[in-house]
Design a protein around this ligand. Structure first.
Ligand code: NAD
Length: 272
């Protein structure tokens, strides 16, 4: 095994990636499979069956990558998560990495006009389905089995700065950042690590309409973001892979817990 392999190889690891049919989690699944992990994608499979997502990851990861499977799971449903852990274990053996990729936003509104029903849905999606429900199921499973697992969460720039008009997303992602640290402390005695990756702005289904107009030109919000990003551009999804591999690998980050790594082209340095 090369030195780099001892640091970053995920051979022998078994990762569940929630929201695995999504843009960013799907690409992180490719990275994990290429690093040797067996990967099981969990997702709702609303537009296409989850098996399609698994085929896409398999194809992108290429020959020699870890095996990729998929399950249809609503990660906001505690019973479904518990059942899916058992099914995942049958598919690939006991999972020891959980990457919480579920999340998203819908539109924006002035606070006085916000639709409280949509607010509650987005809060629940990002906080419960995106962290609390699956992480609780995995923590209980790992503690019962004595598995020293690793959780990766996905906070956002909205965890640090109140991004205008996306109230529920900001509230949920601030909570995700906070719970990443809190859970790290609580689960450390069980050898379970909990860390996060906070992406800056990456064009995806959830934010395309906010950042680009129908012609593909930047909206006022898109321009404002680029002007506050020292690298002067949006991120490319593959730019999240390094941080994810680092956090997933015990060889590279075995003493790291409770941190969130911003991968944001410098957005958080914005100042006068
Ligand atoms: N794109 C960005 O710029 C950006 C920036 C910061 C953070 N993030 C976060 O990264 C994560 C992934 O974002 P993305 O842009 O790839 O989004 P995406 O919409 O492409 O992926 C999310 C996936 O989660 C699935 N999903 C939603 N609810 C689910 C549920 N209850 N159970 C199972 N699956 C469910 C969706 O079907 C989708 O496949 C999200 O948490 C998002 O908030 C994205």
């Amino acid at each position: 095994m090369s030195y780099l392999d001892t640091m970053f190889s995920l051979k022998g690891k078994r990762a569940v990636i929630t929201g695995g049919a999504g843009q960013l989690p799907g690409d992180l699944a490719v990275a994990f499979a290429m690093a040797g992990a067996e990967v099981c994608l969990w997702g709702r499979g609303s537009s296409a069956p989850m098996s399609d997502a698994a085929s896409g990851v398999r194809e992108a990861a290429g020959p020699g990558a870890g095996r990729v499977t998929a399950l249809t799971v609503d990660t906001g449903d505690a019973e479904a998560c518990q059942k899916a852990i058992v099914e995942t274990e049958e598919l690939m053996g006991p999972p020891d990495i959980l990457l919480n990729g579920v999340g998203g936003n819908r539109g924006k509104a002035p606070f006085v006009d916000l639709d409280e029903k949509i607010f509650a849905e987005i809060l629940t999606l990002n906080l419960m389905g995106g962290l609390v429900t699956p992480t609780r199921a995995f923590a209980r499973y790992w503690i019962a089995k004595g598995i020293k697992g690793t959780v990766i969460t996905i906070p956002s720039m909205g965890s640090y700065r109140a991004l205008s008009g996306v109230w529920a997303y900001d509230a949920a992602k601030a909570a995700v950042l906070n719970l990443t640290a809190g859970l790290a402390k609580e689960l450390a005695p069980h050898g379970i690590r909990v860390n996060g990756i906070a992406p800056g702005f990456f064009i995806g289904a959830q934010n395309r309409a906010l950042l680009l107009d129908e012609k593909g030109d930047l909206t006022a919000r898109g321009k404002s973001i680029i002007s506050r990003t020292p690298f002067g551009r949006f991120g490319e999804k593959a730019e999240l892979r390094g941080a994810a591999l680092f956090l997933a690998s015990d060889g590279a980050s075995g003493f790291v817990t409770g941190v969130t790594i911003p991968v944001d082209g410098g957005f958080l340095t914005d100042c006068i």
